[in-house]
Write a protein that binds this ligand. Sequence first.
Ligand code: ZN
Length: 333
Amino acid sequence: MVLAELDVIRPLLVCPRCRAGLEADPAGTGTGAGAGAGAGAGALRCSAPDCAYHASPAFPDVAGAPVLVDFEHSVVCREAVAALASPAHVHRGADALPTPLRRIAKPPNQVAAVNIDLLLRALPGPAPTLLVVGGATVGNGVEAVYRDTRVRVIGFDIVTSPATQFVADAHRIPLRTSSVDAVLVQAVLEHVLDPAQVVAEIHRVLRDDGLVYAETPFLQQVHAGAHDFTRFTASGHRYLFRRFEELAAGPVAGPGTQMLWSVDHLVRGLTRSALAGRATRAALFWLRGLDHLVPPDFAQDDASAVYFLGRRRDREMTEEEIIAYYRGAQGSS
Ligand SMILES: [Zn+2]
């Protein structure tokens, strides 16, 4: 995995409250669990004297990762930062299965792989910077991002991980305006309270003509308990990224995959057992193959998830344009 060193990206980091630069906190060694451990950059504070995060304790660190969160405006609590290092927070169930079962439960995401290839080819320069929002777990089909030695990868999440350099809340990304060339946000926007604000932050941190790749569920059951809030149709997802030019968009997976989710959760409800649900899903894995028989316009109306690959623009899509955008199988009458 090619992940930029924290020291290398440190000049890009800003205060999540006021966006002033960061500086070493002369009074602190971090206040979280594991403070001072690992390869952390030491305790950080906001460099603006009138900011609340200038006074100590400013930003704690956990297992060597700075926690750059505006705690008064986040689901992340200062009092609970010690728990951010707990692997219990990573809850993508299929990852715990043996490899053959994992490939059945969670087959490679070929749509993501194709789109990530498009994104990487379009990235300019010898050392483009790519930000992974919600990157604690390497996403399905996006592994090429971490293998491309040309790309400087920056990752953050609300928990620590070997795939991230710092902890942050996507509603207030602690990076300078126009500081990254691309953003990857896969299966994340359903887990934030205000997706429009998060996309506005993605737009802010991207350079002019910067690229974004997003995958977001449409018809999926709740899958992260208290941290699951929103779903998007293809049109809703397009409008969420209304200040971006579309390069590609469509369903990640269609009604067969959607039915697998539904059967899994029906069985869970009948048996009160998540294991029974997952076992049923594994036994009916072939339903996913039916996606290939459904044309894109029908799949769009019944997608398990949708994707959007776009280029940053300042102009917004109009109301007329989003109505004309619809590509599903249903007529206007
Ligand atoms: Zn500040």
